[in-house]
Each structure stands twice: as structure tokens, then as C-alpha cells.
Design a protein around this ligand. Structure first.
Ligand code: ZN
Length: 465
């Protein structure tokens, strides 16, 4: 099967180009710049007219949680429903998190996550490994994970008693990662201090969703981020801060990067577009916006957009971790600490970032860089993914920058009963999504199938200084 995409504007991290793209089988075989007055004629099984549209490398969302166990329940999207929703929104690769339970092995954990995903994904996928039990066996198993294509390990300074690791455990894991050429990802919030603030709030009768935000102040994200950076410096280990939300944390990352340390960070659309005001919505509506770190006061948003422009924030992922309002978020009525942490978002990342382009916050190439090219390099997938070039996988999004859409739970494809962006109107929409040469989304219809998506064994971080 060959596909010829003609008439579009190819957008890459380095710029835009009027060019046609030829796909044969699963790969891109040619990018053909168009010259005035020179007609190109290419034979293909299918021709897609991309006139007036952008032709992008497919989005790469490096932070998702499909059917993740949390507090006795599971996030509501399976690998099947979640990857289908991703494709609708122009994302063609996800990297999800395998979650080590205390007392279990990393390799058994990886097998478990393969069993959840294999045969169910519409688009390609990889895994990071969450290390929640640091011991001699676990540390030895990190090398085996790397051989199995999992080159990034996530740890938590939050959630004492669940995922929390002490500074000593973090140091040991970072030293091992440094020896093995892996990257450590960090949830940087001071969970020990936060738990005290949570207990104080509940004791004082402050039980609403907004108190989730007020008991996790931005200073405690800034402090944990600084501490993680210091530990990584001592261990000489590359560090990637996940879901950075606060100006204080961004300042710590910027300082480390200015000093030449291999420190990187991502933020998420919810921190760019939503705020503490949403957590404060009445009638328990605020629970729809409970995630950690929490949504911040609006003034943090400008810092985050600036960080995206200056590359102190290098990636935008979603931290997609949906829980339904009914029966799941409602577990926390009367006690915000029992609200499952997480928000839906895998479907809307490309569109919301395009809204940033429309608003003048990002350039077109920077949109592609933070959403596709850098994620591919950061997590060892480049140039197979993240670029439109001969030899790369034909993961391609044809994007209509003039289309209008209104986000709503009534029309989205994620398996969750609310939208965090209900009623928000956007300019721009995916027209067509190709995954390894196969048309998955075709002008408003889903043409994919579970099992098309393949596991991606990833290599080392290609973004190191
Ligand atoms: Zn997460």
C-alpha cells in the first residue's frame, strides 16, 4: 500500500516546507519539495489532498496511564480506548508507565503491562518503569529492563506509603541509572510535608477539592525539584522532571540547565490552560480537576509558556489518567484526599498546543518540537519517530488549521464521563492520522484496529548535553 500526500505544508521542528510526502508500506520513502511551475506526478494506491493543511510527524505523548491501579480503582481508559482516543487527536505514539508494586519484581511488572497492552493498541507504544521498591534485586533488574527496551525509570518524592522513595533510595537508583545509561524521571513534590498539610486540613474540616490544591503548595514542588536536581548531580544521572506545574520548580530546572546539567522537564496542557479556580468550582465539580501536582494559580501559566519557548521545558505530555466523575471522583466526597488523582487529556494535547500557536505563545515548528521531535529524542525513538523524513515510520498527521471544534464529553473518544475542557472552542483539528502507513483516522471516521500498534523497544536518551 502506498500513500501520496500532496499539496500540504510539512512542519518539522526546524521549520516549514511546501512539500509532498510519499509513503510506501510502513515507511516514509520521499519528501518532495514543491517548486512553482514544476508539476510532480507520483503513482500511489491512495492520494490524499492536503492543500491548506499541515503535514506533521505524529504526536508522541510520553506520559500516559491506561488502566492504572490507583486507590482501589483503575483509570478509566484501557489501552484499546486510550490509544484510539490518542489517534483521534493526532498522537501516534504513547509511552505508558508500568507500575511496580512493593515486593514485586520489575521484570514481572513489565510482563504484566505487556499483557495489558499487547493486541489492544491502535498506535505504537512503549513503557517507562515506575520503581517503587528500591532493593538489590530491583537495582540489578534495571539493566534487564533496559535490554527489554525500557530505558527510563520513574520515581516519586510524593505519595508516602505508596510510591514514595527516600532520598537514599533515589540516590541508589540514580547511581544505577547513571552506570547503565538510563534516565530517571521524577515526580517532584515533597510528599512528607504535604501529608502533614493534608492531615491539618482534614482535621480542620476543610474537605473540598480546592483543598487538594491548597495542601500541595508550589513551594513544595520547587523544593523537591531542587532536591532531585542535587541528587542527580551527585549521582551524575540524567534527570527528567515530569508534569512540572510551578514557577518555583521551573526556576530550579532553568538554573540547573544554565549550569550545564542534564536536567529536563515536561509540562502538561492542564497547567497551561487550567488553574486553581477550576479546582474551586462548586458542587464537587472541582474534583474533575484533581491531579498531582495540582492546578496552580493562573500567574504560573505565563512562566510555563515562557519556559516552553526557552526550552527550560522541552516536552509537553498529558499525564492522561482519567477517572469518571460518577463512582470514581465521587469516592472523595467529603474527603478530598480520597479523590482519585488524574485527569483525561490524551486526545486534546495537539489541539490545545495548536491553540497556543494561534495565540502567539509558540511557533509552528516549536509546536512540533515539544509535541513530537523532542519526545522522540528524549526517549530514544529518533529518527524512527518524531520527524517526516525518508526512512522514518509513516506516523503522519494531516492537520486542518482552520477547522473549528468545541471540546465536549459528548463528542470526545476517551472513556470518561466528563471533559476538563467542556465547551471550549478551538481553531484547528486533525483531518487524517496515519500510524506506520495505515490510515487510522480518515476525515472524521476511525479506520484503525486494536493490535495494529506495536511495542517500541527504546534506546538511550538522545537529548543529552
Ligand atoms: Zn503521571
Amino acid at each position: 500500500m502506498s500513500v501520496y500526500i500532496k499539496g500540504g505544508t510539512v512542519v518539522s521542528a526546524s521549520g516549514t516546507q511546501d512539500a509532498d510526502v510519499l509513503v510506501e508500506g510502513e515507511k516514509i520513502t520521499a519528501v518532495l519539495p514543491r517548486e512553482p511551475d514544476i508539476a510532480i506526478s507520483v503513482a500511489a494506491d491512495r492520494v490524499i489532498d492536503a492543500t491548506g493543511r499541515y503535514v506533521l510527524p505524529g504526536g508522541i505523548d510520553v506520559h500516559t496511564h491506561m488502566e492504572m491501579p490507583f486507590g482501589g480503582t483503575f483509570s478509566a481508559d484501557t489501552f484499546e480506548t486510550g490509544t484510539r482516543a490518542a489517534a483521534w487527536g493526532g498522537t501516534t505514539t504513547i509511552i505508558d508507565f508500568a507500575v511496580q508494586a512493593k515486593g514485586t519484581s520489575l521484570l514481572a511488572t513489565l510482563d504484566k503491562w505487556h499483557a495489558k497492552a499487547d493486541g489492544n493498541c491502535s498506535i505504537d507504544y512503549g513503557f517507562h518503569m515506575i520503581v517503587s521498591d528500591v532493593n538489590d534485586t530491583t537495582l540489578k533488574e534495571m539493566d534487564a529492563c533496559i535490554s527489554a527496551g525500557v530505558n527510563s525509570f520513574k520515581m516519586f518524592m510524593a505519595y508516602p506509603g505508596v510510591f514514595y522513595a527516600t532520598d537514599g533510595e533515589i540516590l541508589l537508583a540514580m547511581q544505577q541509572a547513571a552506570r547503565s545509561g538510563a534516565t530517571v524521571m521524577m515526580h517532584a513534590e515533597n510528599g512528607i510535608a504535604i501529608d502533614q498539610l493534608v492531615a491539618q486540613a482534614l482535621a480542620a474540616g476543610r474537605t473540598d477539592p480546592v483543598d487538594h490544591g491548597l495542601t500541595r503548595p508550589p513551594e513544595l514542588e520547587g523544593e523537591a525539584t531542587s532536591r532531585a536536581i542535587t541528587l542527580a548531580k551527585v549521582a551524575n544521572c540524567p534527570l527528567y522532571i515530569v508534569h512540572l506545574s510551578a514557577a518555583q520548580a521551573l526556576a530550579a530546572v532553568a538554573e540547573a540547565r544554565d549550569a550545564g546539567q542534564n536536567v529536563f522537564a515536561e509540562t502538561c496542557p492542564q497547567y497551561l490552560f487550567l488553574s486553581l479556580d477550576d479546582l474551586a468550582r462548586p458542587d464537587f465539580e472541582g474534583s474533575k480537576f484533581v491531579c498531582s501536582p495540582p492546578l496552580r494559580p493562573k500567574e504560573h501559566q505565563d512562566s510555563l509558556w515562557r519556559g516552553l519557548r526557552t526550552n527550560d521545558l522541552s516536552v509537553v505530555s498529558t499525564d492522561h489518567c482519567p477517572f469518571c466523575f460518577k463512582d470514581q471522583k465521587e469516592l472523595g466526597r467529603g474527603d478530598f484526599s480520597k479523590i482519585p488523582n488524574g485527569m483525561p487529556g490524551v486526545e486534546h494535547r495537539m489541539d490545545l498546543l495548536h491553540a497556543g500557536v494561534v495565540a502567539g505563545q509558540l511557533t509552528l515548528p516549536r509546536w512540533v518540537e515539544v509535541a513530537s521531535a523532542t519526545p522522540a529524542r528524549m526517549f530514544g525513538l529518533y529518527p524512527r519517530k518524531g520527524v517526516i523524513a525518508p526512512g522514518s515510520d509513516a506516523d503522519i498527521v494531516i492537520y486542518d488549521p482552520a477547522a473549528r471544534q468545541t471540546l465536549s464529553a459528548a463528542t470526545h473518544h476517551m472513556n470518561v464521563d466528563y471533559s476538563a475542557y467542556e465547551g471550549v472552542e478551538l481553531t484547528g483539528r486533525v483531518a487524517t492520522t496515519l500510524s506506520r502507513g495505515r490510515v487510522v483516522i480518515d476525515d472524521g471516521t476511525y479506520q484503525g484496529s486494536p493490535g495494529h500498534g506495536a511495542f517500541l523497544a527504546r534506546g538511550a536518551n538522545q537529548y543529552l548535553l
